[in-house]
Design a protein around this ligand. Structure first.
Ligand code: CU
Length: 135
């Protein structure tokens, strides 16, 4: 029964593709997540707001409810890694956006380092973003 064998083989192949395909989609990787700056520049001064968005690069969608456990803002891009400034979370913003308040005491490039946990994912998201403070 040659036709029977062929259709069986074909069906098995299709099932295989379906299983493999859905497994591929379901497999989420913490490396698919990334913080992005909404605005890459800020004015020099106190109480400046910086907004970042956490994006799932596979879906292109913002990711709400991440737990940001590490933040650091310093002038490493200008050769001043010891020049750190205080940075604090600020409420508000769209879901998937995260706001911070910080003092930018000097013109130039600042490095915002973020560490975060994403709901339902193992591992941590680590992003380093350069913000330019200008007069
Ligand atoms: Cu500096």
């Amino acid at each position: 029964m040659k036709t029977f064998d062929i259709s069986r083989a074909l069906r098995a192949a299709l099932v295989g593709i379906a299983v493999f395909g859905s497994a591929g989609l379901a497999r989420a990787d913490i490396k698919d997540y990334e913080f992005k700056l909404l605005v890459p520049t800020v004015a020099v001064g106190k109480d400046k707001i910086v907004t970042v968005q956490l994006v799932n690069n596979k879906t292109g969608k913002p990711v709400p409810d991440a737990v940001i456990f590490a933040t650091r803002l310093d002038m490493a891009p200008e050769g001043m890694p010891e020049m750190a400034t205080k940075i604090a979370r600020e409420p508000g913003g769209e879901p998937g956006s995260y706001r911070f308040k910080a003092a930018f005491g000097m013109e130039g490039r600042w490095l915002l380092s973020l560490g975060a946990k994403v709901q339902g994912e193992t591992g941590t998201v680590e992003s380093k973003l350069v913000i330019t403070a200008q007069k």
